[in-house]
Design a protein around this ligand. Sequence first.
Ligand SMILES: *Cc1c(COP(=O)(O)O)cnc(C)c1O
Length: 387
Amino acid sequence: MTDRIKIFLSPPHMTGNEQKYINQAFETNWIAPLGPNVDAFEQELAEYVGVRGAAAVSSGTAAIHLALRLLGVKRGDRVFCSSLTFTASANPIVYEGAEPVFIDSEPDTWNMSPKALERALNEAKKANQLPKAVIVVNLYGQSAKMDEIMEICDSYGVAVIEDAAESLGSEYKGKKSGSFGKFGVFSFNGNKIITTSGGGMLVSDDIEALKKARFLATQARDPAPHYQHSQVGYNYRMSNILAGVGRAQLEAIDDRVEARRRIFNHYKEELGDIEGIEFMPELEGTKSNHWLTTLTLDPNYIKTTPYELLDSLAETNIEARPVWKPLHLQPVFEGCKYYSYREDHSISDDLFARGICLPSGSSMTEEQQVRVIKTIKKNLSLKTIHK
Ligand SMILES: *Cc1c(COP(=O)(O)O)cnc(C)c1O
């Protein structure tokens, strides 16, 4: 079985044009964390997302960190963050010595529950501990309920950072994901919908804030002929070579979104009728890039546990994963405050217990997808329901 080619969860998908931009960088000797590809990639991405500007950085994590610095987050502050996400969404809060407070998901989008957010903000206001920022994640490409979340945050005067690392190309009511908050964040890590092997982008309509971001990302050098620094900065800028890779990748973004949506629809057609399988919903008025196709198994109908299914996929050389382990359950964030969907009901705990992500790379062939579907069907053991 292991002789079969491995099917990865979300491998890089090159267009063939990357080399052209890389060669240009070499020919002009722009082998630095600045240069024409960096400038052009920033402009092209900002245009695509529909924001005024962008700052290219070394990772999505770096972009989140810069956003927090720009919002003045410091020791003792609080920052709210979605719980059901990758740890990189919240780690930069801790870099600044601030305290993360985690907010549960809601069933319609699996993203931040506006109700739980409101409860948390209401309590925080009473305790005179309003957060400096709210980090909202668009999980697996699905946008959160941005109208509700923006309205609530605006009413408390709290800035929103949209962690759109997984949702480049997705839409909410006709507007591109990442364009809603004060800052939007994208990642071009190797597993994302487009990649620069490693990289990220901070976007905003605030051009001055982006200038400051570039300043902080280049060691915060004061304007002086000698090296002078009055603030702590970072080495966070994107290389001009990698920005070239990004430019070629961005040219293909619409194709990549369509490919992943096609893969999602195929899985849904083949597995959606099985009682006990439910796919991550796509909220009306939104368009998900379906970065990863994700589904839950209901133990009332299906005997196979998610881990058993993941094991049988691994045995046939197919990489699949559980849904993100919520951050409020992570040892590193032990003791942090958590606001569940309802006082007595946590949605993210349940999604973690029952959810799996299927291989969803845009370069996956029809044949490979059939292999995944067949393996799942073969290994699912259904319960006989007695009426
Ligand atoms: C990938 C990812 C990040 C981090 O991006 P890097 O470029 O890997 O630093 C942040 N948030 C979410 C939700 C992600 O999926």
